[in-house]
Write a protein that binds this ligand. Structure first.
Ligand SMILES: [Zn+2]
Ligand SMILES: [Zn+2]
Length: 266
Protein backbone atom coordinates (compact mmCIF):
# COMPACT_ATOMS: atom_id res chain seq x y z
CA UNK A 1 0.00 0.00 0.00
CA UNK A 2 1.32 3.43 -0.92
CA UNK A 3 2.19 5.47 2.08
CA UNK A 4 0.97 9.05 2.31
CA UNK A 5 4.41 9.99 3.72
CA UNK A 6 6.19 9.19 0.42
CA UNK A 7 4.63 11.96 -1.67
CA UNK A 8 4.31 14.25 1.34
CA UNK A 9 7.26 16.56 0.61
CA UNK A 10 6.07 17.26 -2.95
CA UNK A 11 2.56 17.93 -1.76
CA UNK A 12 3.87 20.16 1.01
CA UNK A 13 5.85 22.19 -1.51
CA UNK A 14 2.76 22.66 -3.65
CA UNK A 15 0.69 23.67 -0.66
CA UNK A 16 3.41 26.11 0.46
CA UNK A 17 3.72 27.63 -3.01
CA UNK A 18 -0.06 27.98 -3.30
CA UNK A 19 -0.33 29.60 0.15
CA UNK A 20 2.45 32.06 -0.72
CA UNK A 21 0.64 33.02 -3.92
CA UNK A 22 -2.58 33.52 -1.97
CA UNK A 23 -0.71 35.60 0.62
CA UNK A 24 0.81 37.75 -2.17
CA UNK A 25 -2.71 38.43 -3.45
CA UNK A 26 -4.34 39.04 -0.08
CA UNK A 27 -1.48 40.88 1.64
CA UNK A 28 0.68 42.32 -1.15
CA UNK A 29 4.04 43.61 0.07
CA UNK A 30 4.95 46.83 -1.71
CA UNK A 31 8.55 47.90 -2.11
CA UNK A 32 8.93 51.15 -0.09
CA UNK A 33 11.25 52.49 -2.81
CA UNK A 34 9.12 52.16 -5.95
CA UNK A 35 5.75 50.83 -4.78
CA UNK A 36 5.98 47.69 -6.93
CA UNK A 37 4.82 44.42 -5.45
CA UNK A 38 7.48 42.24 -3.87
CA UNK A 39 6.88 38.54 -3.21
CA UNK A 40 5.62 38.07 0.34
CA UNK A 41 8.43 35.66 1.12
CA UNK A 42 11.17 37.60 -0.60
CA UNK A 43 14.38 38.01 1.39
CA UNK A 44 14.01 41.80 1.43
CA UNK A 45 10.98 44.10 1.12
CA UNK A 46 13.15 46.44 -0.96
CA UNK A 47 13.01 45.17 -4.54
CA UNK A 48 16.34 44.26 -6.22
CA UNK A 49 16.07 47.21 -8.64
CA UNK A 50 15.75 49.70 -5.77
CA UNK A 51 18.43 47.94 -3.75
CA UNK A 52 20.85 48.41 -6.66
CA UNK A 53 20.20 52.19 -6.57
CA UNK A 54 21.46 52.62 -2.99
CA UNK A 55 24.54 54.82 -3.00
CA UNK A 56 27.16 54.34 -0.34
CA UNK A 57 29.36 57.18 0.93
CA UNK A 58 32.40 58.07 -1.21
CA UNK A 59 35.88 57.65 0.24
CA UNK A 60 36.60 61.42 0.24
CA UNK A 61 34.93 62.48 3.44
CA UNK A 62 35.75 64.78 6.36
CA UNK A 63 37.99 62.77 8.64
CA UNK A 64 35.84 63.66 11.65
CA UNK A 65 32.16 64.05 10.71
CA UNK A 66 32.20 62.01 7.49
CA UNK A 67 30.57 64.61 5.24
CA UNK A 68 31.57 64.06 1.58
CA UNK A 69 34.19 66.55 0.42
CA UNK A 70 33.10 67.58 -3.10
CA UNK A 71 36.02 69.94 -3.62
CA UNK A 72 38.34 66.94 -3.67
CA UNK A 73 36.49 65.06 -6.39
CA UNK A 74 38.71 66.24 -9.25
CA UNK A 75 42.09 65.74 -7.72
CA UNK A 76 44.46 64.79 -10.55
CA UNK A 77 47.37 64.02 -8.27
CA UNK A 78 45.37 62.01 -5.75
CA UNK A 79 46.54 64.31 -2.99
CA UNK A 80 43.28 63.75 -1.18
CA UNK A 81 43.93 60.05 -0.95
CA UNK A 82 47.40 60.55 0.48
CA UNK A 83 46.33 63.20 2.96
CA UNK A 84 42.85 61.92 3.78
CA UNK A 85 43.53 61.81 7.51
CA UNK A 86 44.36 65.49 7.58
CA UNK A 87 41.15 66.67 5.96
CA UNK A 88 38.48 68.28 8.01
CA UNK A 89 35.40 70.08 6.67
CA UNK A 90 35.04 73.79 7.52
CA UNK A 91 32.44 73.04 10.16
CA UNK A 92 34.71 70.58 12.04
CA UNK A 93 37.63 72.99 11.68
CA UNK A 94 35.53 75.76 13.32
CA UNK A 95 34.16 73.66 16.19
CA UNK A 96 35.37 70.12 16.65
CA UNK A 97 32.44 67.79 17.45
CA UNK A 98 32.34 65.87 20.74
CA UNK A 99 32.34 62.58 18.85
CA UNK A 100 35.68 61.63 17.35
CA UNK A 101 34.38 59.94 14.21
CA UNK A 102 31.06 59.74 12.39
CA UNK A 103 30.35 57.58 9.38
CA UNK A 104 27.26 56.35 7.55
CA UNK A 105 26.39 53.41 5.39
CA UNK A 106 24.53 55.22 2.59
CA UNK A 107 23.51 58.56 1.17
CA UNK A 108 20.09 59.90 2.16
CA UNK A 109 18.22 61.96 -0.39
CA UNK A 110 14.68 62.30 -1.75
CA UNK A 111 15.03 59.53 -4.28
CA UNK A 112 17.03 57.09 -2.16
CA UNK A 113 15.37 53.74 -1.44
CA UNK A 114 17.13 53.90 1.94
CA UNK A 115 15.04 56.97 2.77
CA UNK A 116 11.89 55.11 1.72
CA UNK A 117 12.84 52.10 3.85
CA UNK A 118 13.66 54.25 6.91
CA UNK A 119 10.38 56.18 6.63
CA UNK A 120 8.42 52.94 6.15
CA UNK A 121 10.06 51.58 9.28
CA UNK A 122 9.67 54.76 11.32
CA UNK A 123 6.15 55.83 10.46
CA UNK A 124 4.61 52.67 9.01
CA UNK A 125 6.30 50.32 11.48
CA UNK A 126 7.19 48.12 8.54
CA UNK A 127 9.55 45.92 10.51
CA UNK A 128 10.39 43.87 7.44
CA UNK A 129 12.61 46.86 6.51
CA UNK A 130 14.83 46.15 9.54
CA UNK A 131 16.57 43.23 7.91
CA UNK A 132 17.86 44.92 4.73
CA UNK A 133 18.83 48.06 6.67
CA UNK A 134 20.76 45.92 9.15
CA UNK A 135 22.44 44.12 6.24
CA UNK A 136 23.51 47.50 4.87
CA UNK A 137 24.93 48.55 8.28
CA UNK A 138 26.85 45.30 8.66
CA UNK A 139 28.18 45.46 5.11
CA UNK A 140 29.48 49.02 5.41
CA UNK A 141 30.68 49.04 9.03
CA UNK A 142 34.03 47.28 8.43
CA UNK A 143 34.62 49.47 5.37
CA UNK A 144 33.92 52.75 7.16
CA UNK A 145 35.04 52.25 10.76
CA UNK A 146 38.21 50.83 12.29
CA UNK A 147 37.17 48.21 14.84
CA UNK A 148 37.70 49.02 18.53
CA UNK A 149 37.26 46.38 21.21
CA UNK A 150 34.84 46.56 24.12
CA UNK A 151 32.53 49.18 22.61
CA UNK A 152 29.19 49.82 24.21
CA UNK A 153 26.49 50.25 21.56
CA UNK A 154 23.86 52.88 22.39
CA UNK A 155 20.98 54.07 20.18
CA UNK A 156 19.89 57.70 20.05
CA UNK A 157 16.93 57.61 22.45
CA UNK A 158 13.40 58.90 21.92
CA UNK A 159 11.63 60.88 24.62
CA UNK A 160 9.15 58.60 26.41
CA UNK A 161 6.24 60.78 25.27
CA UNK A 162 7.17 60.33 21.65
CA UNK A 163 7.91 56.65 22.23
CA UNK A 164 4.39 56.16 23.58
CA UNK A 165 2.96 57.99 20.57
CA UNK A 166 4.97 56.02 18.02
CA UNK A 167 5.42 52.86 20.08
CA UNK A 168 8.64 52.21 18.29
CA UNK A 169 12.24 53.47 18.28
CA UNK A 170 13.66 52.26 14.97
CA UNK A 171 17.21 53.25 15.98
CA UNK A 172 17.01 51.08 19.10
CA UNK A 173 15.82 48.09 17.08
CA UNK A 174 18.60 48.54 14.53
CA UNK A 175 21.29 49.17 17.15
CA UNK A 176 20.23 46.09 19.16
CA UNK A 177 20.34 43.80 16.14
CA UNK A 178 23.61 45.36 14.99
CA UNK A 179 25.26 44.88 18.41
CA UNK A 180 24.06 41.28 18.66
CA UNK A 181 25.44 40.49 15.20
CA UNK A 182 28.88 41.80 16.23
CA UNK A 183 28.83 40.40 19.78
CA UNK A 184 28.94 43.89 21.36
CA UNK A 185 27.20 45.01 24.55
CA UNK A 186 24.04 47.03 23.90
CA UNK A 187 22.18 49.25 26.35
CA UNK A 188 19.13 51.46 26.10
CA UNK A 189 19.08 52.45 29.79
CA UNK A 190 22.16 54.66 30.09
CA UNK A 191 21.40 57.49 27.67
CA UNK A 192 17.97 59.01 28.21
CA UNK A 193 16.14 61.81 26.42
CA UNK A 194 14.58 63.60 29.38
CA UNK A 195 13.34 66.66 27.50
CA UNK A 196 10.95 66.34 24.58
CA UNK A 197 12.01 68.66 21.77
CA UNK A 198 10.23 69.69 18.58
CA UNK A 199 11.47 67.71 15.55
CA UNK A 200 14.82 69.01 14.31
CA UNK A 201 14.59 71.59 11.54
CA UNK A 202 16.44 74.63 10.21
CA UNK A 203 20.18 75.18 10.03
CA UNK A 204 22.88 73.70 12.26
CA UNK A 205 22.71 76.45 14.91
CA UNK A 206 18.87 76.22 15.18
CA UNK A 207 19.20 72.45 15.56
CA UNK A 208 21.91 72.80 18.21
CA UNK A 209 19.76 75.21 20.21
CA UNK A 210 16.70 72.96 19.91
CA UNK A 211 18.47 69.84 21.19
CA UNK A 212 20.68 71.43 23.89
CA UNK A 213 20.25 69.74 27.28
CA UNK A 214 17.79 67.15 25.93
CA UNK A 215 19.77 64.09 27.13
CA UNK A 216 21.07 62.77 30.40
CA UNK A 217 23.13 59.78 31.45
CA UNK A 218 22.02 57.22 34.02
CA UNK A 219 24.11 54.42 35.55
CA UNK A 220 27.28 56.42 34.98
CA UNK A 221 29.57 53.54 36.00
CA UNK A 222 28.44 51.58 32.95
CA UNK A 223 29.89 54.14 30.55
CA UNK A 224 32.96 55.20 32.54
CA UNK A 225 35.99 55.02 30.23
CA UNK A 226 34.08 52.75 27.85
CA UNK A 227 34.39 53.50 24.13
CA UNK A 228 30.90 54.19 22.85
CA UNK A 229 29.34 53.50 19.48
CA UNK A 230 26.23 55.62 18.95
CA UNK A 231 23.77 54.32 16.37
CA UNK A 232 21.05 56.30 14.62
CA UNK A 233 19.03 56.00 11.44
CA UNK A 234 19.84 59.33 9.75
CA UNK A 235 22.52 61.97 10.32
CA UNK A 236 21.60 65.44 9.05
CA UNK A 237 23.83 68.15 10.55
CA UNK A 238 24.95 65.89 13.39
CA UNK A 239 23.57 68.23 16.14
CA UNK A 240 21.62 65.48 17.92
CA UNK A 241 24.51 63.03 17.81
CA UNK A 242 26.91 65.74 18.97
CA UNK A 243 24.66 66.53 21.95
CA UNK A 244 24.57 62.82 22.87
CA UNK A 245 28.38 62.65 22.60
CA UNK A 246 28.76 65.79 24.73
CA UNK A 247 26.80 64.40 27.68
CA UNK A 248 28.48 60.98 27.43
CA UNK A 249 31.96 62.56 27.41
CA UNK A 250 31.03 64.93 30.26
CA UNK A 251 29.99 61.93 32.35
CA UNK A 252 33.31 60.17 31.76
CA UNK A 253 32.83 57.86 28.78
CA UNK A 254 35.71 56.89 26.50
CA UNK A 255 35.78 58.15 22.89
CA UNK A 256 32.40 58.31 21.19
CA UNK A 257 32.00 57.20 17.59
CA UNK A 258 28.87 57.47 15.49
CA UNK A 259 27.52 55.15 12.82
CA UNK A 260 24.24 55.81 11.02
CA UNK A 261 22.34 54.01 8.31
CA UNK A 262 22.22 57.09 6.12
CA UNK A 263 23.54 60.59 5.86
CA UNK A 264 22.07 63.73 4.35
CA UNK A 265 24.57 65.35 1.98
CA UNK A 266 23.86 69.02 1.35
ZN1 LIG B 1 11.52 48.98 -5.54
ZN1 LIG C 1 33.48 67.51 9.34
Amino acid sequence: MKSGRMDGPVSNRHVLSLSRTVLDLVYPVLCPGCGNMVRTWARSPICPECWSLIRVLPSWVCHCCGVPMPALKDDPHHLAEEMADLFLCSSCRDIRPWYCLARSAAIYNRTSPVRAAILALKHGRNISCLKPLLALLLEQFPRQMPRIENELVIPVPLHWGRFLGRGFNQSAYLAGMFARSLGLEFRTDVLIRHRNTPPQSGDASARMKNIAGAFKVRKIMRIRERPILLIDDVMTTGSTLNECALILREKGSGPVRVFTVARVTF
